[in-house]
Design a protein around this ligand. Sequence first.
Ligand code: KIV
Ligand code: NA
Length: 268
Amino acid sequence: RSRRTSVADIKALKGVRPIVSLTAYTAPMAALLDPHVDFLLIGDSLGMVVYGFETTLPVTLDLMIAHGAAVVRGSTTSLVVVDMPFGSYQEGREQAFRSASRVLAETGAQAVKLEGGEEMGETIRFLTERGVPVLGHIGLTPQMVNVYGGYKTQGRNQFQAAKIKADARAVAEAGAFGFVLEGTMEPLARDITAEAPIPVIGIGASPQCDGQILVSEDMLGLYNEFIPRHVKRFADLGAEVSKAAAAYAEEVKARRFPGLEHTFQPKV
Ligand code: KIV
Ligand code: NA
């Protein structure tokens, strides 16, 4: 078994080649994606794409830990990063450390991700100085949906742009090993990437980011509730699942499945 990619390895990739990342929530999907990515993220997006919630807010720490452990068991070489869910870190740095240390100890993942810029600087510093590597997440931050009243592209005016730039600086200065930049105007995303001393992982950001991440269910066509502009469909597995289920139903009703070759017969 080869050594897993470390956060130091990820940092060293800035300026060398684009960093590749996808979300994973289960052991079998982690095993399929592992050879192709630098890091796997157990995103709290699982609340929407796996559990059918309308936002990421209902996701609990226990749920993230259960799925994080499954992804660690299913993978061998990728860095594994687990999202801190809503309510598990916003209260303050001690609460954040308590939650994050449970994530690392109970899953075997090597890092956590949390949303927020300047307001999370102190928390990010507290965690990284105590053994918890942190991936930041700024720009469009889905856990703030109730404050913004929707999922809105960020950086559309100079006011917002200045705030996101300040967030990027704060997260880097606090010791994050990188940050996700989501749903941000492209020229601004490009500027932030050029200025940041750490890897910027884009989603709905810029081709010039230091890396890219997508929600696997989105890029595989397994989640069709809403298809944002930033998603490219690399496969249409949803259609494949429908086709397979329809074929199965037809064969069962026609008594064509199971065949005798799928049954257990006494030896004569
Ligand atoms: O929850 C998630 O999947 C994420 C990625 C979109 C970055 O945070
Ligand atoms: Na997330």
